[in-house]
Design a protein around this ligand. Structure first.
Ligand code: ADP
Ligand code: MG
Length: 482
């Protein structure tokens, strides 16, 4: 931690206690916003000191300053006020980080250990599912096998999924607690719904093997129900289903339009909830958006806890890749992981697939993974995922960011405060789209392709020379990509 300013007449003792307060505040913030967000925005904060009724914090770039000011300014002030009641305001300023300065030690520890305990084991090559050490087989004919890799420990938490994760954890600890029953998880394909459900099932049956946990797809539910109808054993069907303690039904959207099955599901659902059993449902949409479900079922589904899993962010994708590469025990250069996290944005399943292909390739040919080999092995996948960012979007975001008019992107003005942002936009257009140099030039007020070329090399040079500038451009890129 760098103290850039002596704090008036304060003694060393109070400077030390200021640092203690600061450490507590950082800890709090980190808990509140989550690890990924903390690392992205807040980690580089340094405390300048308290000046009168104002606490001053530094960040290395204007972009970070603006972001932190608008998103965390109030929270910073409130937390400080709690520690030092005299503080009324919080100011965030820009100051380059002193050479060699590193974020506080606690941060480094957190960065260096992205893996939670148990991750390596749970991501190890697939072993036949169950029986696990304690021999849980999720009794009864009801449950589909659980994937041994899908545990809480192997689930990487970030902003897009932290709420769903917290809810799942909570349900695993205390099934059927009020407010969390049913737990309804929803989100797009490949974002971790099934993973979280299995994790709850593993956690519950690890803690209390006697609990009867049944996990099944909605499709399986329907299939069972129809077979029972056919063999006239619906009574048994109902009885045995109602004997479970925790019922998980995955991909409920499958029941849309299947009226008889919905009816049966509705009754089972009510009977279980009334008997104090936990229910967990997943679907690709929220209850209110699941058109084609009976209204009364929809209403009941939404009356517990509804948690959505959002699309992944760049940071989450990178953390997931780091965790999975580390667990596989194959060294993959950071640049390759970053490249994948940039390029493959659809869902975690595809991300995992790409990484697995690289690793398999490396093992097969006994060659290290490099940026070139990654391009080569994944070229088909990468083409399919070519970014869809448009030049207009880039121009708009960059103009907004540097506070210039959008029209200046194509104007003839050459003042530095306009020309530099324009070059940044050209640079990003080259990086993020597949447009050719002449095409990019045309979109920037009919400029020549050599102008674009010059912009690209100028911005690369500046990024090399000035790390604050580089970070600025990098953050713009991330915002455009996610
Ligand atoms: P869904 O059921 O939402 O379609 P899955 O749960 O099957 O998605 O997840 C797809 C794949 O991605 C699985 O292999 C899963 O382990 C992995 N995955 C998804 N989210 C995460 C995460 N946050 N951390 C680790 N792995 C994840
Ligand atoms: Mg699934």
């Amino acid at each position: 931690m760098v103290m850039e300013k002596q704090l008036g007449s304060d003694t060393a003792r109070s400077a030390a206690s200021l640092q203690e307060s600061w450490a507590r505040i950082r800890g709090r913030l980190r808990e509140e916003v989550g690890e990924v967000e903390y690392r992205t925005w807040l980690r580089q904060m340094t405390l300048v000191g308290i000046e009168g009724d104002e606490v001053v914090v530094n960040l290395p770039t204007r972009f970070l300053r603006d972001w932190v000011r608008s998103h965390y300014g109030d929270r910073l002030r409130a937390l400080w006020q709690h520690e030092a009641p005299a503080v009324r305001r919080a100011d965030v300023r820009v100051a380059p980080q002193p050479r060699g300065a590193t974020p506080a030690a606690e941060d480094d520890a957190a960065v260096a250990t992205p893996l939670q305990p148990g991750l390596a084991e749970s991501l190890a090559p697939r072993t036949p599912p169950a029986p696990r050490a304690n021999g849980v087989d999720l009794r009864g004919e009801w449950s589909a096998p659980l994937d041994p890799r899908f545990t809480f420990e192997s689930f990487v938490v970030g902003k897009p999924n932290e709420f769903a994760y917290a809810c799942a954890r909570r349900v695993a600890e205390k099934p059927a607690s009020p407010g969390f029953n049913p737990l309804f998880l929803y989100g797009g394909v490949g974002l971790g719904k099934t993973h979280l459900m299995h994790a709850v099932a593993w956690a519950i049956s690890d803690g209390e093997p006697a609990r009867n946990v049944a996990y099944m797809s909605a499709e399986k539910f329907m299939y069972r129900f129809i077979s029972a109808l056919r063999s006239q054993s619906t009574m048994e069907f109902k009885e045995s289903l109602r004997s479970v303690d925790v019922l998980m039904v995955d991909d409920l959207q499958f029941l849309i339009g299947k009226d008889n099955t919905q009816e049966e599901f509705f009754h089972t659902f009510n009977a279980l909830i009334d008997a104090g059993k936990q229910i967990i449902i997943s679907a690709d949409k929220s209850p209110s958006d699941l058109n084609g479900l009976e209204d009364r079922l929809r209403t009941r589904l939404g009356c517990g806890m509804v948690a959505d899993i959002h699309a992944t962010t760049y940071e989450l994708r990178l953390s997931i890749l780091q965790a999975k590469a580390a667990a596989a025990g194959v060294p993959v250069p950071k640049t390759v992981l970053e490249f994948l996290a940039h390029k493959i944005t659809s869902n975690v399943r595809e991300l995992e697939g790409a990484l697995n292909r690289l690793i398999a390739h490396a093992n097969l040919f006994g060659r290290a993974v490099t940026p070139d080999s990654a391009q080569e092995v994944l070229h088909d996948l990468l083409r399919a995922h070519d970014r869809r960012v448009t030049i207009e979007e880039i121009q708009r975001k960059v103009a907004e960011h540097y506070n210039i008019r959008l029209t200046d992107m194509s104007s003839a003005r050459r003042a530095r405060n306009v020309a530099r942002p324009r070059q940044v936009a050209m640079y990003l257009a080259k990086q993020l789209t597949s447009r050719s140099l002449p095409e990019i030039g045309r979109r920037f007020g009919n400029r020549d392709h050599t102008t674009v070329m010059h912009a690209v090399s100028r911005i690369s040079e500046l990024m090399q020379a000035d790390s604050a500038f580089a970070e600025d451009v990098e953050l713009l890129r991330r915002m455009l990509e996610t």
